[in-house]
Design a protein around this ligand. Structure first.
Ligand code: FES
Length: 344
């Protein structure tokens, strides 16, 4: 028996290692040839100090100079001493290069291309080695556009436990991936990508969550919902999905299906176009108030274009509410949905 430990490095690269309950995370990492920072290996120096974002573990033996009680309560831990009691997600305070590792490269076959509308395409991949690909719901990969030397970043819209991978793409005039998917893509094409990457991923739900999606920013949130289907969810989760025009709306049926099977999950959407047939017209900010934010006792996950991210942040600040955590990811449609940032 072993648990899966996700090691998230400062440069956004994530590597996964298998760790037995009787071995330390540091031992498992070194077996996987990943050199996380270590010095004393004895719980005395604090060099390996990392932040555990989810999961249960035995912290092991260490002295206060290496890790204080306050730090331990906040979630800091010592990989040279800790042993897992469940799957873990750790933030490692160094780059992947410093740990002598890098993003993994995967090869896949194009399995399907679905044109939702003039503005949105979805495609699916069958990965050659699915067992060798792990990711956290919300993360992305860099995909090489077939027939070019260009890469584009796309978040998984499929869940980590689903065999086939899927991605949502906003069609951009002149975009490399847009051109490929609309003109040249054929089922059976070979595709290469690297990853997973990014710090925009679902943490353990310890309070209500508000998920906010703008356009194809819905993709990583679909991946998170797919994960929640397989968990017991003890807190309410509300998704607000905003788009520009009616043709940009995708997966409304999927979202309704999730509302049937995830306890406490509710969803609403809005369309900015005044001519829309949607019940809510305008931006998602029109649907966010202090109640939606549980007066601050909420984890917010937001993925959308930069203007939406900034608009939501400004709106929440104007309400005088500070969410317990605020995770966001901006993407730039002009660069064919390149992911440009993720922060807490
Ligand atoms: Fe010194 Fe972990 S390496 S405390």
């Amino acid at each position: 028996m072993s648990f899966q430990v996700a090691l998230n490095f400062e440069d956004g690269i994530t590597r996964f290692v298998e760790c037995r309950p009787d071995e330390t995370v540091a031992e498992a990492s070194y077996k996987a040839r990943i050199n996380i920072p270590l010095d004393c290996r004895d719980g005395a120096c604090g060099t390996c100090k990392s932040l555990c974002e989810s999961g249960r573990y035995d912290g092991g033996d260490y002295i206060d100079e290496a890790l204080t009680d306050d730090e331990a309560v906040f979630g800091y831990c010592l990989p040279c001493q800790m042993t897992p009691q469940s799957d873990l997600v750790l933030r490692i305070p160094t780059s992947s290069a410093a740990a002598k590792t890098a993003a993994a490269t995967h090869t896949a076959t194009l399995a399907a291309v679905k044109r939702h509308s003039a503005s949105t395409v979805e495609f699916a991949l069958d990965v050659d080695d699915r067992e060798g690909l792990d990711f956290l719901p919300g993360q992305y990969v860099n995909i090489t556009v077939p027939g070019t030397d260009q890469t584009r970043s796309y978040s998984f819209s499929s869940g980590p436990d689903q065999h086939q991978l899927s991605f949502l793409v906003r069609i951009v005039e002149g975009g490399a991936m847009s051109g490929y998917l609309t003109d040249r893509a054929r089922v059976g094409d070979r595709i290469e990508f690297t990853g997973p990457m990014g710090s925009f991923y679902l943490r353990e739900l310890t309070r209500p969550a508000l998920l906010l999606a703008g356009g194809t920013g819905l993709a990583p949130l679909l991946s998170m919902l797919e994960r929640l289907v397989r968990q017991s969810v003890a807190h309410s989760v509300h998704l607000l999905y905003g788009v520009t025009t009616d043709q940009d709306l995708v997966h409304l049926d999927t979202l309704e299906d999730y509302a049937e099977v995830i306890p406490g999950f509710t969803v609403d959407h809005c369309v900015a176009d005044p001519a829309s047939g949607a019940r809510n017209k305008g931006f998602v900010t029109g649907l966010i108030d202090a109640g939606t934010l549980y007066d601050g006792d909420v984890d917010v996950y937001l993925c959308g274009p930069p203007a939406m991210v900034e608009g939501v942040r400004g709106h929440i600040a104007s309400l005088g509410v500070s969410p317990a955590t605020f995770h966001y990811e901006k993407f730039t449609p002009a660069a064919a949905s390149a992911v440009v940032g993720a922060a807490r």
